[in-house]
Design a protein around this ligand. Structure first.
Ligand code: F0G
Length: 458
């Protein structure tokens, strides 16, 4: 078992959580149509639905709220954030947004036209949807190892550089206004992207003058993995690594709800003056004035401070250590998970966990429901409920390759005892997995169905 890095903080404020009985959970679940998105947070004991906006702020961040300057234009907190972004990311311009997807919408609306292509290692769902919303085509180019749940390749989040070159030759560089890299690669299991891969991608794009934008949500966790795993990087500081990564890019989108250690916030950053101007106009239309986006002054301050805290060595060692501790406990007990664990989450492999449940009976959903019933733990299904698609002509379903359940670990929120509880519950569940039954839809909304669908046991 990996040696544990203790929490590099002590606890000053506590938020009570309540355990329910199994009978209560069964009735809560049936009222919610067996959809965990419809369960009240207060009825969840350990909430691993997402690591987005769910982190605990530091005393410095809370203190920062009190120096929030709520002036409409050029409040002091805008300058704190500007300094933090310039120090860490090095881009010349930035626009605050209320969260990551707003930065995506502004960027794509300013840069894309219908029929364009945007390659990435793997686009996150909101990125994918925002590209399609302007009539362009998102293209995922993960490396082969990234699709193999048992491969131990150290940088499974990398982009397939040959695939990128082929795409450029196929559709033409003029149809690719930008390329992206998601670090870490959330949809690919929270796997890191190497500095060498960022360099290689940039080298392919440069002769065609295609700008590279980084989806920087988990930039600090990615920097930590580079330092641990990449040759020649072990002596660098995390700030140096982040600086090297972003020096290769022309801009970034950011959800500060992840490695910004804030509960809300984001930004779009870039070097290009003309893009800044165009995007700024759209920002004013959709989000707010150039210096606050969709945020209060106090939120800008919390993000500014959080971005710096996220690069703290000991914090990251503890955080990534927590994720790998949970993963290792599960592995030691023979629970099938995606390997190696990523930076922000452990992913259970529902197909191997519940081999007796065929994909059309939604094994991921069955596992999510069973986890809540067993221990009041909320996880998220990333499988057939989220991604299966129906062929309109034949009515036939196409099921995704991977049927996963994500246990996302909020930042600075749960202790080791909480994680041990989660591991114990999953290990117990694994021992009686043959009792778990499949599920079917009783209500299926036409799109983004996972949020509001309803289910029953088969
Ligand atoms: N990009 C990545 C890689 C993300 O993981 C997310 C959000 C976004 C963009 C969008 O940011 O939520 O602030 O608008 N991921 C959350 C998750 C929702 O649970 O993984 P947002």
């Amino acid at each position: 078992m990996p040696r544990l890095v203790p929490e590099p903080y002590r606890i000053k404020v506590v938020e009570p959580i309540r355990q329910t009985t199994q009978a209560e959970r069964l009735s809560l679940l049936s009222a919610a149509g067996f959809n965990l998105f419809a369960v009240r947070s207060e009825d969840v004991y350990i909430d691993l639905l997402t690591d987005s906006g769910t982190g605990a702020m530091s005393d410095s961040q809370w203190a920062g709220l009190m120096v929030g300057d709520e002036a409409y234009a050029y409040c002091r907190n805008y300058f704190s954030l500007k300094d933090a972004i310039s120090d860490i990311f090095g881009f010349r311009h930035f626009l605050p947004t209320h969260q990551g997807r707003a930065a995506e919408k502004v960027l794509f609306s300013a840069m894309l036209k219908p029929g364009d292509y945007v390659p990435s290692n793997t686009h996150f769902d909101t990125t994918h949807a925002n590209i399609e919303a302007v009539g362009a085509h998102p293209v995922d180019l993960p490396i082969r190892q990234g699709l193999d749940p048992t491969s131990h390749f150290p940088f499974k989040g990398n982009m397939d550089v040959d695939g990128l070159l082929r795409l450029i030759e196929e559709v033409g560089a003029d149809r690719i206004p930008l390329a992206m890299l998601t670090i870490t690669n959330n949809s690919g299991g929270g796997q890191p992207v190497s500095l060498a891969n960022v360099r290689a991608v940039k080298a392919v794009l440069a002769p065609y003058h295609i700008p590279l934008f980084i989806d920087a949500c988990r930039y600090a966790e990615n920097a930590y993995f580079i330092r641990q795993r990449e040759a020649g990087c072990s002596d660098k500081t995390l700030s140096q690594i982040a600086a090297e990564v972003f020096a290769l890019a022309d801009g970034c989108t950011m959800s500060a709800k992840k490695d910004g250690l804030a509960n809300m916030g984001g930004f779009l950053a870039m070097n290009d003056d003309r893009l800044f101007e165009r995007a700024g106009q759209l920002l004013i239309l959709w989000e707010g004035f150039l210096t606050y986006g969709g945020l209060a002054g106090r939120d800008l301050e919390a993000v500014a401070r959080g971005l710096r805290e996220a690069l703290d060595e000991r914090y990251l060692a503890h955080r990534i250590g927590q994720v790998s501790y949970l993963a290792q406990r599960l592995l030691d007990a023979g629970v099938p998970i995606l390997e190696p664990p990523g930076g922000h989450a452990v992913y259970l492999d529902a197909r191997r966990f519940l081999p007796h449940i065929p994909q059309e009976q939604l094994p991921g959903q069955a596992l999510v429901v069973s986890l809540y019933l067993a221990g009041g733990i909320r996880a998220v299904e990333i499988g057939s409920v989220m991604f299966a698609t129906k062929n309109r002509q034949t009515g036939e379903w196409k099921y995704p390759e991977l049927e996963l359940v994500r246990l996302a670990i909020p930042r600075r929120v749960y202790t080791q005892t909480h994680l041990d509880y989660v591991a114990d519950m999953i290990i117990e569940l694994n021992a009686r997995r043959s009792d778990i039954r499949g599920m079917r839809f009783t209500y299926e909304p036409p799109f983004l169905r996972h949020f509001t669908a309803r289910f029953e046991f088969v």
